[in-house]
Design a protein around this ligand. Structure first.
Ligand code: GDP
Length: 298
């Protein structure tokens, strides 16, 4: 995903290394090149501006001028600033003091929510938890069945409206799932909600109603990293419409330019918590800003 950006940054560093001592003009030229590389990778403009300003300020300072290896010092600064825009520390799931911990998933249709629900459930089960998956996406034909398939693969129980009970009310299903989880000793409840293809007031209202019914400990906004700049507008709409405590980036295995991944934390102020990188249930991991920065810097 970050191939082009990595290549561009590494070209900047190579030309800096060839210089030995660095003048302010060298720093200005490199930061201009970094700016273009980030813009071409589809990183949101406010993020690019903040990033470049920080790098430039630090690179013109004493830490670079006095360094034995100035170019290496610039690489170090870019690395630290990348970790910063990706969120700094790894953000872990917050578990409820009194189980079950309720995790609500929100995002557009096709973002990868249902797949993610299965991935998260499997990941939690492997750590000794007893998650329950809840099918509160009653909008899309087959969504319930899809969650049941995913739940089967993850070997995790799925709470869904009874067959033949009609469409059902997703808010009611979500509410009942909490009682069910308590009775059945599930310590974590993962609620999958309906998405639409675009930002839609009804979808937001429904997700907000489910949120109010289940009082989640975490609301994870699931976003397809392939949608580039749109990820930022979508994130903002969900932030206003439903609110969220963390972001899950999906489809990091795709060949998009990576801008969404680099922008979403800075723009929403909420941490990226997990990353999904394939269609298999174990193509999933906790998001580590430092590892992602290393990957970008190659
Ligand atoms: P939902 O509508 O948000 O529930 O999205 P789905 O979970 O149904 O996913 C939509 C499509 O994206 C499906 O074909 C998934 O197999 C695929 N998908 C989900 N996550 C990933 C991922 O991390 N990488 C890739 N390549 N495909 C994914």
């Amino acid at each position: 995903m970050f191939d082009t950006l990595s290549d561009r940054l590494s070209a900047v560093f190579t030309s800096l290394r060839a210089k030995g001592r660095l003048t302010d003009a060298d720093i200005d030229k490199s930061t201009r090149e970094i700016r273009v590389a980030l813009l071409e990778a589809d990183v949101a403009l406010p993020v690019v501006k903040a990033f470049v300003q920080s790098v430039k300020h630090r690179a013109r300072g004493a830490e670079v001028h006095q360094a034995l290896n100035p170019a290496q010092q610039v690489v170090k600064i870019v690395n630290e600033e990348l970790i910063g825009i990706l969120g700094g520390e790894t953000r872990r799931l917050q578990y409820a003091k009194n189980p079950p911990t309720v995790i609500l998933l929100a995002g557009l249709q096709g973002a990868g929510k249902t797949t993610l629900a299965g991935k998260l459930a499997l990941w939690l089960r492997k750590q000794g938890h007893a998650p329950l998956l809840v099918a509160a996406d009653l909008q899309r034909p087959n969504a319930v069945q899809q969650l049941q398939v995913v739940g089967g693969r993850a070997e995790v129980e799925v709470f869904a409206p009874e067959p033949g009970s009609g469409v059902g009310d997703p808010v009611d299903v979500a509410r009942r799932s909490i009682d069910f989880a308590q009775r059945q000793q599930h310590d974590i409840v993962i609620v999958d909600t309906a998405g639409r293809l675009g930002i839609d007031a009804d979808m937001m209202a429904q997700a907000a109603a489910i949120r109010d019914a289940v009082n989640p400990d975490e609301i994870l906004f699931v976003v397809d990293a392939m949608i580039g700049q749109d990820a930022v507008t979508t994130a903002q709409a969900f932030k206003d419409g439903v609110g969220f405590s963390g972001v899950v980036l999906t489809k990091l295995d795709g060949d998009a330019r990576g801008g969404a991944a680099l922008s979403v934390r800075h723009v929403t102020g909420e941490p990226i918590m997990f990353a999904s990188s394939g269609e298999k249930l174990d193509d999933f991991d906790v998001f580590h800003p430092d590892r992602m920065a290393s990957r970008i810097l190659g």
